[in-house]
Design a protein around this ligand. Structure first.
Ligand SMILES: C[S@@+](CC[C@H](N)C(=O)[O-])C[C@H]1O[C@@H](n2cnc3c(N)ncnc32)[C@H](O)[C@@H]1O
Length: 275
């Protein structure tokens, strides 16, 4: 039976590769690397550097394939047909890679940016390939340090406030309104700096671009003050590198006193006092 590791490799810092990930790299015969085109070749190179750093050359093969282009103009915040088409195209490529490049009894791996569980389609696509039934394999998942964990670590803050929820969403969703029932919101995949929409509210932003890489940029503060700074940093970086990946945490009413922490364990009922 063919095996596949889906390995989370962290969001840019090679030192955020976990020991479990390194062990999985070492037990892989074929690495599948999907190239997103010239502008993101740095990300492909980072994956290759990780392989060079952790496994002896000659002990593995690398198979590169071109990622299908995605029509980002189509659809709203919801799952759109364009996303469906793109996933099917990707599923076709994965199926071919596994069937043609991975021998029976061999182990392949997909190196997934950050954590495979967060805004990544690899797991869904592998399930789609299995469902089509043309090729059979088993797969496991190695968690990675996500850009969200890396962001809050660099800003030395938590994701949630005491006993409060936190939501992770996309720029498109945030454009529809601040989510109900939460004051702490992480935003990914925002090409339009939607945080500017909330500059008149009492919200702090913790922003980071290229987190964990030598190009990392961080900025934070009330949105009203930080937004123009972030806009400028973002525009300069985008001009310099040709692409950008950034993530941010919005914290509404940052100065509001925190509610008392709920106990983690249910309290034992107090024994009645003996007089
Ligand atoms: C398709 S999602 C992949 C998320 C990834 N699976 C993770 O766990 O971080 C891509 C988005 O992740 C965020 N991202 C990934 N790496 C990042 C980094 N090094 N710095 C800032 N944001 C990053 C950006 O919001 C980007 O638009």
């Amino acid at each position: 039976m063919r095996k596949i590791h889906v390995i989370g490799i962290g969001a840019g810092d090679p030192e955020q590769l976990t020991l479990q990930a390194v062990r999985a790299l070492g037990s892989t015969d074929v690495f599948f690397i999907l190239d997103k085109g010239e502008v993101k070749s740095d990300l492909t190179q980072l994956r290759r550097d990780m392989l060079d750093a952790h496994i002896p050359q000659g002990s593995y093969r690398v198979v590169e394939a071109r990622d299908p282009e995605r029509d980002r103009s189509a659809g709203g915040a919801a799952y759109s047909p364009a996303v469906g088409d793109w996933r099917s195209a990707r599923a076709g490529i994965y199926e071919r890679l596994i069937a043609e490049e991975l021998g029976e009894g061999e182990t392949g791996a997909f190196l997934v940016w950050g954590d495979p569980a967060l805004y990544d389609s690899t797991l869904g696509i592998l399930e789609e390939v299995l469902a089509k039934g043309a090729v059979d394999f088993e797969y496991d998942v190695v968690p990675g340090i996500s850009s969200v964990s890396a962001l809050v670590a660099r800003h030395r803050t938590g994701l949630n406030r005491v006993a409060r929820p936190v939501q992770i969403t996309t720029g498109r969703r945030l454009a529809e309104g601040f989510p109900d029932g939460v004051d702490d919101v992480v935003v990914m995949l925002d090409a339009h700096q939607v945080f500017r929409q909330y500059a008149d509210q009492d919200i702090d932003i913790y922003w980071g671009a290229y987190i964990g890489t030598p190009d990392e940029i961080l900025a934070s503060g009330p949105i009203s003050e930080a937004a123009p700074r972030i806009e400028q940093l973002r525009a300069e970086a985008r001009e310099r590198k040709g692409w950008i990946m950034d993530t941010y945490l919005l914290r509404r009413n940052p100065k509001k006193p925190q509610e008392p922490q709920e106990p983690h364990e249910p309290q034992e009922p107090q024994a009645p006092k003996v007089q």
